[in-house]
Design a protein around this ligand. Structure first.
Ligand code: OGA
Ligand code: FE2
Length: 528
């Protein structure tokens, strides 16, 4: 992971697709060229001004040594008039001449395509998210591994400030501490240590660490004894700390008298604690490759096979490679199921139409963007290119399910930090309108092509059952979201882990209930 950190920072693309990020890199390169042209023009101009000054300098010093003798010569008198009447005017024009036009207009034009404040905040939030999910330490992110790919005090400060504005005090603390460390090590910066200490003391106070909050406040006051808020906080922290110490003494006193110490947790709760981890934590663990719940016994019942779907004519001669990824829920992986050429074609078709993926806001019913789903996606219809048609047909042939009633093929691109937090693909009972427009019932099954390898991160994980499915280019996974009864299968809850390094391309086909009445075969697996 460490090795890849510098990569991570240089390719931090979030709400923007990789294509847009690449364009920005080249835009910036062009701007640097334009800036250098401007500097050259400015230098040429200054050179002219200098020559003028030098000429005039020697001229005037000679003239003023013997003014009468000098002016006694008619040519000199004439030249003085000429200089004063026209040449100084020319010089004025030269000095006033604006050399920056070209550069400024380039900048103005390019600026229209620059990322916004929102993009910058998004990039910072994604970095914090990755830091959490993959447990990266602040020092190695900041000082990186490759020269030239490090964070400055300002960068760390900015990350801390964004965490602070999200009331994320733990990240505020680690990033402000990193900023302070780099300042202490002598890094030049416009960021005042007092500001850093102010954030630091507040964020550790918010995390209940009064003593450290007090230390930071004292350090702040050494630098700026008049700091009003810090002076107020100092008194307040001292008061709180004294109160706490007193409470602590009381407790020790009671304990030594044999009073029952207060229990922090009942035994019962402790026993189930591990499994009761909040879903977010389970998701993050699985993304790191921890906590996969597969026993050797279950593992031994997972197989690979060649599959022709009951001698389907299209697969009789060339059966496909099928691998059991998981047992409950049953997840199948198909290997080499989409070719390099098809992948490139699908990406090419999708690229100009990729838009930030949206989700339904349950309050307003409107489509909005959300931090829990960060990716770009586009829909491809079967009639726009034969490749889409072929892909749809392949899914139908191999699953035996009717794709007539399915949704269009969705193509999704996750940049670094892109993710999709745990969700169900099917609509639950309390959301009967979920797929109303389509009119083909609920999402009975999911087919998911992996159209890229991902250097780090980006797995599909199932937090309910502790399953991890790694993206492998050219493969696809398939699972049923609904039980044969039509009930949603809650064990299929899944998520797309944030991409840590690289770029993730997937393509989804959501197959719907209608049309499968006579097709969903029993006996494919015990769970079906
Ligand atoms: C989805 C989804 C998983 C992935 O788009 O619904 O779950 O790995 N994607 O991209
Ligand atoms: Fe999904």
């Amino acid at each position: 992971v460490n090795l890849s950190l510098s990569l991570l920072l240089s390719s931090l693309s979030l709400s923007l697709s990789s294509r847009q990020m690449t364009d920005l890199l080249f835009t910036e390169k062009d701007l640097v060229t334009s800036l250098k042209d401007y500097i050259q023009a400015e230098e040429r101009k200054l050179e002219q001004v200098k020559q003028w000054a030098e000429k005039l300098d020697s001229l005037t010093s000679i003239a003023t040594q013997d003014p009468e003798g000098f002016l006694g010569h008619p040519v000199n008198a004439f030249k003085l008039m000429k200089r004063l009447n026209t040449e100084w005017g020319d010089l004025e024009n030269l000095v006033l001449k604006d050399m920056s036009d070209g550069f400024i207009s380039n900048l103005t034009i390019q600026r229209q395509h620059f990322p916004s404040d929102e993009d910058q905040t998004g990039a910072a939030k994604a970095l914090l998210r990755l830091q959490d999910t993959y447990q990266l330490d602040t020092q190695s992110i900041s000082t990186g591994d490759l020269p030239g790919c490090t964070l400055t005090v300002e960068d760390c400060f900015e990350l801390g400030r964004i965490a602070y504005s999200e009331s994320d005090y733990r990240h505020t603390e680690v990033w402000m501490a990193q900023a302070l460390k780099q300042l202490d090590e002598g890094e030049e910066s416009s960021v005042e240590p007092v500001m850093v200490l102010d954030y630091l003391s507040y964020s550790v106070y918010q995390q209940g660490e009064l003593e450290r909050a007090l230390d930071f406040t004292r350090r702040l006051l050494e630098l700026d004894p008049e700091h009003q808020r810090a002076n107020g906080n100092l008194k307040y922290f001292e008061y709180q700390l004294a109160k706490q110490r007193k409470a602590g003494e009381d407790l020790r006193y009671r304990r030594s008298e044999g009073a029952e110490p207060e229990r922090e947790e009942s035994e019962g709760r402790k026993g189930v604690k591990k499994d009761n981890l909040p879903e977010k934590k389970k998701y993050e663990q699985l993304c790191r490759g921890e906590g996969i719940k597969m026993t050797p016994r279950r593992q031994s019942r997972l197989f690979c096979r060649y599959y022709d779907n009951n001698q389907h004519p299209r697969y009789l001669l060339g059966p496909v490679k099928q691998e059991d990824e998981w047992d409950r829920p049953y997840i199948i992986r198909y290997h080499d199921i989409i070719s390099e050429w098809e992948i490139e074609k699908v990406k090419e078709l999708a690229k100009p139409r990729l838009r930030r993926a949206t989700v339904h806001d349950p309050q307003t019913g409107q489509l909005t963007t959300a931090q829990y789903r960060v990716s770009k996606s586009a829909w491809l219809t079967a009639n726009e290119h034969s490749v889409v048609d072929h892909i749809n047909q392949r899914i139908e042939d191999l699953t035996g399910l009717d794709v007539q009633t399915a949704e269009e093929l969705q193509v999704a691109n996750y940049g670094v930090g892109g993710q999709y937090e745990p969700h169900f693909d099917f609509g639950r009972k309390d959301e009967p309108d979920a797929f109303k427009e389509l009119g083909t019932g609920n999402r009975i099954a999911t087919w998911l092509f992996y159209m890229s390898d991902v250097a780090a991160g980006g797995a599909t994980v199932f937090p309910e059952v502790g399953a991890v499915v790694r993206p492998i280019k050219g493969t696809a996974v398939f699972w049923y979201n609904l039980l044969p009864s039509g009930e949603g299968d809650y064990s299929t809850r899944h998520a797309a882990c944030p991409v840590l390094v690289g770029n993730k391309w997937v393509s989804n086909k959501w197959i719907h209930e209608h049309g499968q009445e006579f097709r969903r075969r029993c006996g494919l697996h015990e769970m079906d």
